[in-house]
Design a protein around this ligand. Structure first.
Ligand code: PA5
Length: 428
């Protein structure tokens, strides 16, 4: 269950502002539920939790397990909403190399030739035992035409075609729309395996579809737990959404008061990817019609040594959101040393989780005093089910908050502008 503490942000707002914002946020939630807002045709991320499809979960899990057992390297080829969610969850739940899963490498999220060339050289290099690497690739693109992904996929497909002439068809798995787009033409040409992205689910809302779930299954994440964690959060929020309404109201009221940035941060480094996923979810959804707060990510306490001064004392244009994990499953503690020359014995016997929590609480208190409204979004423990709950919580939050702002959460017309100019320069 996701909990939110807005007490250190509310005090920057007048009762009247907060009351008005709560009315707006409650209306915005009704708009989502009644499906009568702008972009209502894109609410499939809700219906897939309302009516879970266990057969798809089973299929994703079965193929994911088979690949996990067979592959040395699994390439996830996608950009934006087609890769950020999977990456975030995999990093959150298995931050270090998992011996039982293939090495997961992300590609297709930029157009660096140097990266691609080195990647292919790496894939070509045999393993320590001299055997060639066994490589699988999941290419993910809803439109099936995104240049970064398509270009990388062409290189990888050609390399894989030369390297595995007899097994190319089973080594490439495509995730795309039911029809249309260049990727579907390639699926027909090569007879690649395919997972379908529902038409009514947009890229950044698609992590609980095969877009996110399949790479997670290959990484060994319990996708049923994750999915049903989201289902539980969905059911809970359909009955009682006061926490979410208050949170949306506070953020909206802070925006109305002139806050221009939301710094999304965590004291758990493995949550950096989730902050990145959230940055895209919020940024691409709210940044329209010259409105919205720019979501910026920071990883604490690391970035307190780079951004800490600004957060404490620079221009007061930002609010801060702390993603926290309440309970730790590690009992790692500080040991006592006889000499105490490093002067750390005052921490002896304390757990790292405890020390890190104190650093977080100290930071929130200092930043609040420095004039930054701070909100804590709390995950009880870091496991698949809670991460699933977190994902749905923020999908709904984003829709509600965007309707408060008066923008359509589900489009991204501005992204086309760079593409048009790029294609013109490329003589497309
Ligand atoms: O949220 C979005 O819609 C975007 O970030 C897309 O996911 C991203 O542009 C990739 O698009 P596609 O899946 O069509 O390749």
């Amino acid at each position: 269950m996701i909990d939110v503490d807005v007490s250190r942000a509310e005090k920057f707002l007048s009762e009247e502002n907060l009351h008005q914002a709560k009315v707006t946020a409650a209306d915005a939630l009704k708009t989502v539920r009644q499906q009568n807002g702008e972009g209502a045709e894109w609410l499939g991320w809700r219906s897939l939790l309302d009516d879970p499809n266990d057969a798809i979960l089973e299929q994703l899990d079965r193929l994911g397990t088979a690949i996990r057992e067979e592959a040395d390297v699994f390439l996830v080829c996608g950009i934006g909403g087609s890769y950020l969610g999977a990456r975030a969850v995999i990093e959150a739940l298995s931050p270090f190399f998992n011996q039982e899963a293939p090495e997961i490498i992300y590609v297709g999220h930029h157009m660096s030739g140097g990266y691609l060339q080195e990647l292919i050289e790496y894939l070509d290099t045999p393993k320590v035992d001299g055997e060639p690497k066994s490589v699988y690739c999941n290419v993910i693109s809803k439109s099936g035409t995104t240049l970064e992904t398509a270009l990388s996929f062409r290189k990888i497909r050609n390399w894989m075609g030369n390297t595995y002439p007899d097994s190319l068809q089973q080594r490439i798995i495509c995730t795309t729309s039911s029809e249309g787009g260049a990727l579907n033409k390639l699926i027909d040409e090569y007879d690649f395996q395919k997972f379908v992205i529902p038409d009514d689910v947009g890229g950044r809302f698609s992590v609980l579809t095969p877009v996110g779930l399949f790479p997670m299954a290959v990484a060994g994440i319990d996708i049923r737990s994750l999915f049903y964690g989201a289902v539980t959060e969905y059911e809970k929020l359909e009955n009682e959404a006061e926490i979410l309404i208050n949170y949306a109201a506070v953020k909206y009221a802070l925006y109305q008061k002139g806050k221009q940035m939301d710094v999304l941060t965590s004291f758990e480094p493995e949550l950096s990817g989730l902050c990145g996923w959230l940055q895209q979810l919020l940024g691409e959804s709210e940044g329209k019609k010259q409105k919205g707060m720019l979501p910026v990510t920071a990883s604490y306490s690391t970035d307190l040594h780079s951004l800490g001064q600004f957060m404490q004392d620079g221009s007061r244009t930002m609010m801060e959101t702390f993603i926290t994990v309440q309970k730790s499953d590690t009992s790692f503690t500080v040991e006592e040393t006889e000499s105490n020359n490093d002067e750390l014995n005052y921490l002896a016997g304390k757990s790292f989780h405890d020390i890190n929590s104190k650093a977080r609480k100290g930071t929130i208190s200092a930043h609040t005093e420095g004039g930054v409204p701070c909100i804590s979004v709390n995950i009880e423990v870091l496991n698949a089910s809670q991460v699933g709950a977190f994902i749905y919580f923020y999908e709904l939050f984003t829709a509600v908050y965007c309707y408060c702002l008066g923008v359509n959460p589900f489009t991204q017309p501005g992204v086309e502008n760079y593409k048009k100019r790029m294609y013109k320069l490329l003589d497309k």
